[in-house]
Ligand binder design. Structure first.
Ligand code: FMN
Length: 199
């Protein structure tokens, strides 16, 4: 059951350093491939980094988060700006009509870094984290890094950015899961205020 796996999930930053077999890496990537995306655009590429020297360099780009060095492999979730012919900024304008003028006028570079597709990479990443759990592989998301630096370090084409890193590896210890808010603090039924005023 997926819930049983999720109840055991926690971010793992302490890895044994043991290699993860290619079959398991491919299983994890396959889970990412099967993700939904707006218009089925699949606006992503998945970079798999197993080279220890590169993992070391990437930990420095992630503002020296040293724990990353012992990961068996990293997945870099890369994304690109959807072409205007496939919706482009029109999708954002439809989602935020009050701000459509600003969205229209935003500089291309800034727009491409803030666009919706960056957030869409959270979906394949989540699939991958769950698929990894099935094989006892731990992981931690990493957003705290210099996006421009990692993008050029990986030689990504200019239309792409490296939007997220996930560090995967064999967990070195059995840590307690992180406490989460109770459902009654998170869920509202129908309209927000009337529901939360009851609790
Ligand atoms: C999008 C995202 C970005 C994150 N970035 C980092 C990061 O840069 N460094 C880090 O050590 N942990 C990072 N984390 C892990 C969070 O700190 C962790 O998920 C949170 O403390 C909850 O703990 P849990 O994952 O064990 O439930 C990130 C998590 C998410 C979802």
């Amino acid at each position: 059951m997926i819930l049983d796996l999720l109840k055991k999930r926690k971010s793992i930053r302490n890895f044994t350093g043991k290699d993860v077999p290619d079959e398991i890496i491919n299983y994890i990537l396959e889970a990412g491939r099967l993700s939904p995306s707006g218009g089925n655009e699949q606006p992503w590429k998945f970079g798999v980094i197993t080279d220890k020297a590169l993992i070391h360099d990437i930990s420095q780009i992630a503002y020296n988060q040293e724990w990353i060095i012992k990961a068996s492999f990293l997945v870099i979730l890369c994304t690109y700006n959807i072409a205007q012919s496939h919706g482009g900024r029109d999708v954002q304008k439809a989602r935020f009509p009050r701000h459509s003028k600003i969205i229209e006028e935003l500089d291309d570079e800034i727009y491409s870094k803030l666009h919706m597709e960056e957030h869409q990479t959270k979906i394949p990443g989540t699939h991958m984290v769950i698929a990894a759990l099935e094989h006892g592989i731990g992981s931690t998301w990493v957003s705290y890094f210099d996006v421009d630096k990692l993008t050029s370090f990986l030689n990504l084409p200019s239309s792409y950015i490296a939007s997220e890193i996930i560090a995967f590896g064999d967990p070195a210890s059995n840590e307690n899961v992180t406490v989460k808010k109770d459902l009654n603090e998170l869920v509202f039924r129908n309209k927000f205020e009337s529901w939360f005023s009851r609790i």
